[in-house]
Design a protein around this ligand. Sequence first.
Ligand code: FES
Length: 100
Amino acid sequence: MQKPKYHILVCCSFRASGAPQGVCHKKGAVGLLPFLENELADRGIDALVSSTGCLKVCEKGPIMVIYPAGWWYGQLDETRLAAVLDVLEKNEPATSLLIE
Ligand code: FES
């Protein structure tokens, strides 16, 4: 198995039942997934995207975390996502968009 360079977690607010209910889902996180996948492919970024349950920072959602670096981003929309990917191409964080 070849491991990807990046593992990107996108909170989609999945609950134990599997139902997507929560802040990130309500703010359109699921709709960001195809945009993210397309952008990664277009840019040639080697990343695996996983949708997750609540990452416990709901007030800052939608949330995305990029490993192995552990860069956490919040309040994502397509514009902010594209800005993150612009610098990820250089293996750098979008420092102004990081959350603590
Ligand atoms: S629902 Fe996304 S962080 Fe809680």
